[in-house]
Design a protein around this ligand. Structure first.
Ligand code: PGA
Length: 244
């Protein structure tokens, strides 16, 4: 794993945006795996700036998001689809037909998971997957468990995740209890992985991901097996790592 420690959230976001932009400059028809949550917001802001000021061209880019809440769709402000439109898709020249977010409103969630996994495969797989990390070291919505999920699947969210995400909802009771998430197997198939983390509350999860035992109880720890995984951290998130 390569680790880059930056001085601030803004610096972390700029470094991450540079890597995504480089990928797009080099391979305009690249397939990106995208993440939601607070962590990548600054990276998206910087990508929008690069599009506006430096002509970064998203027109041939394909994207697949990691996850979506079951029961929420584009018209719901808290859906990840709405998040992506607000933070990125509506502000750059990406072809919306080439953007993919699991359909949280699908009648048959199992079939939707299979369809999503198949469409990633048919697009040729993900070239560069962006990840955040939960305080419990989840990636996507792959919560601590006794096994690593192979494919896109339906997840029951842990209470701690529901609590953490309730800040985006009016009431904790409004947070959906289920989500659709790429599996750990889906994520590991990405050719390159870029995990971002900032803030003291992520320090233990980052430690577990980088130096902990590789166990589904700390889902991000599996990234130690990925040949092209890079972490971009701020100093606080890196604070429990020795020698960085
Ligand atoms: P956050 O979420 O970026 O909002 O902290 C990250 C995650 O839960 O994966």
């Amino acid at each position: 794993m390569r680790i880059l420690v930056t001085d601030s959230y803004e610096a972390m976001s700029r470094e991450a945006a540079k890597i995504l932009a480089g990928q797009i400059w080099l391979w305009p028809d690249t397939v990106l795996g995208l993440a939601t949550g607070s962590t990548p917001v600054g990276m998206y802001r910087e990508l929008v700036r690069l599009h506006r000021d430096e002509g970064l061209d998203f027109s041939q880019v394909t994207s697949f998001n990691l996850d979506e809440y079951v029961g929420l769709g584009r018209e719901d402000d808290q859906s990840y689809q709405a998040f992506m439109h607000k933070q990125l898709f509506d502000q750059v020249n990406i072809d919306v037909a080439k953007t993919h977010v699991p359909n949280g409103k699908a009648e048959d969630i199992g079939a939707e998971c299979e369809r999503y996994e198949r469409s990633i495969r048919e697009a040729g797989g993900i070239d560069l997957q962006v990840l955040g990390i939960g305080r419990n070291a989840h990636i996507g919505f792959n919560e601590p468990d006794d096994h690593f999920a192979r494919q896109t699947h339906r997840v029951a969210l842990k209470e701690s995740t529901i609590r953490a995400n309730s800040r985006f909802f009016e009431r904790e009771a409004d947070v959906p209890r289920y989500a659709i998430s790429m599996g750990i197997g889906t994520i590991l198939k990405a050719r390159r992985i870029l995990l971002l983390a900032n803030g003291r509350e992520k320090a233990q999860a980052v430690y577990d991901a980088v130096l902990g035992d590789i166990t589904p109880e700390h889902p991000a720890s599996i990234l130690q097996f990925h040949p092209q995984a890079m972490l971009i951290l701020d100093r606080e998130a890196a604070s429990l790592l020795p020698n960085v």
